[in-house]
Design a protein around this ligand. Structure first.
Ligand SMILES: NC(=O)c1ccc[n+]([C@@H]2O[C@H](COP(=O)([O-])OP(=O)(O)OC[C@H]3O[C@@H](n4cnc5c(N)ncnc54)[C@H](O)[C@@H]3O)[C@@H](O)[C@H]2O)c1
Length: 329
């Protein structure tokens, strides 16, 4: 029995992260058929097909679904289309993995989650950082340690997006994932950036978690380096991690690094192996493999749409330049 995968959207993220992950997954699992990919841009769809080993390419997703009858679909489309296409897949009872954000706001996320529940269709949101090997290692080291304070630095170069919140959601979600509990409250401050458009800002989140820990997340879209760094401070101990963000043309931190320190001494220090491919160290392989493995085994993926709800709500506050988020009880 073969397992047929179709993919919709063959743009930047599909080419850099998901395409190489699909190819590797198919190489490692002989029953996997990369049946077809689709993009409204025919040349882009065809390039993606030939580069990553899909059998056919389409420009119309409905026709692709009708012809191919996939066992699972991956959605890597513009954020404005994610809700609509997710609901279309769920209505057809096709298991779906969707790029973040899982909705632009609470209402969209709940509509998708309700449809998934009504149709009993498995789904997963592709928050790739949750599947980065270094973040998994962080989660493992964090077990049994009490966090007092979380810090996350999220730096980009020349990002002038009108809506940077759909990128900020990564930092919000990663801290929540590592904290292992939800936010109780977030206070936001927005600082203008000199010589940038008036919608571009450094954004600071001062957070309180339900377990009593505090947190500070800094988003700086126009600084000197592309980097993400996360630290958990406990009492006289710390876990600190540099994410393996490989910018091809921009200065970046380079390989990922994690360290555990206690009472002023470094107890453990690890670096992302040099041979690890970028799409593996960046979590794209892990998220896709976890989803497809789970569907093939007849299970329910861990990180479903609903698991992203609070991250969506907090990102939506940034979009609307809110000063305060308080969790709904
Ligand atoms: N995980 C991450 O780190 C990360 C980073 C960037 C973007 N993303 C997410 O990936 C998704 C795609 O972003 P991107 O940067 O690749 O955008 P992109 O614009 O480069 O690619 C989107 C592609 O979808 C195609 N498309 C549009 N409408 C379509 C339709 N109706 N049917 C089929 N194809 C259609 C476009 O032609 C384009 O090729 C977004 O959800 C974004 O939030 C994730």
């Amino acid at each position: 029995m073969s397992f047929k995968i179709c993919s919709i959207g063959c743009g930047g993220m599909a080419q850099a992260g998901h395409g190489p992950a699909f190819r590797k997954y198919a190489q490692m699992n002989p029953d996997i058929k990369l049946a077809a990919c689709c993009d409204i841009d025919a040349a882009r769809a065809e390039k993606f097909r030939s580069e990553f080993g899909f059998a056919r390419s389409y420009t119309e997703w409905e026709e692709m679904i009708r012809q191919e009858k996939p066992d699972a679909v991956s959605l890597i489309v513009p954020v404005t289309l994610t809700e609509k296409l997710t609901i279309q897949m769920l209505r057809r009872k096709i298991p779906v993995i969707l790029e973040k954000p899982p909705g632009m706001n609470r209402e969209q996320t709940l509509r998708m989650a309700d449809e998934a529940q009504r149709t009993e269709t498995p789904n997963q949101v592709a928050f790739n950082r949750r599947y980065m090997p270094i973040i998994r290692r962080f989660a493992q080291l964090r077990q049994g340690r009490t966090a007092n304070l979380w810090q996350y630095d999220f730096f980009r170069v020349n990002r002038r997006d009108q809506d940077f919140s759909t990128t900020c959601i990564h930092g919000i979600d990663t801290v929540r994932f590592l904290a292992g509990c939800s936010y109780r409250q977030v206070k936001f401050t927005y600082h203008p950036i000199a010589d940038a458009e008036d919608w571009v800002a450094d954004i600071i989140l001062d957070c309180e978690f339900r377990d009593g820990a505090a947190g500070r997340i800094i988003f700086s879209p126009m600084t000197g380096i592309v980097a993400e760094r996360c630290t958990m401070h406990g009492t006289n101990q710390l876990i600190s991690c540099t994410l393996p963000y490989h910018g091809s043309t921009k200065p970046a931190d380079g390989p990922g690094r994690i360290l555990l320190a206690q009472n002023g001494r470094i107890l453990l220090e690890e670096t992302t192996p040099a041979e690890e491919e970028d799409f593996v160290s960046n979590g794209f392989y892990g998220e896709n493999a976890a989803f497809f493995d789970c569907i093939r085994a007849g299970g329910r993926p861990d990180g479903d749409i609903l698991s992203g709800l609070q991250s969506v709500e907090i990102a939506d506050c940034i979009r609307h330049r809110k000063a305060l988020y308080e969790a709904v009880l």
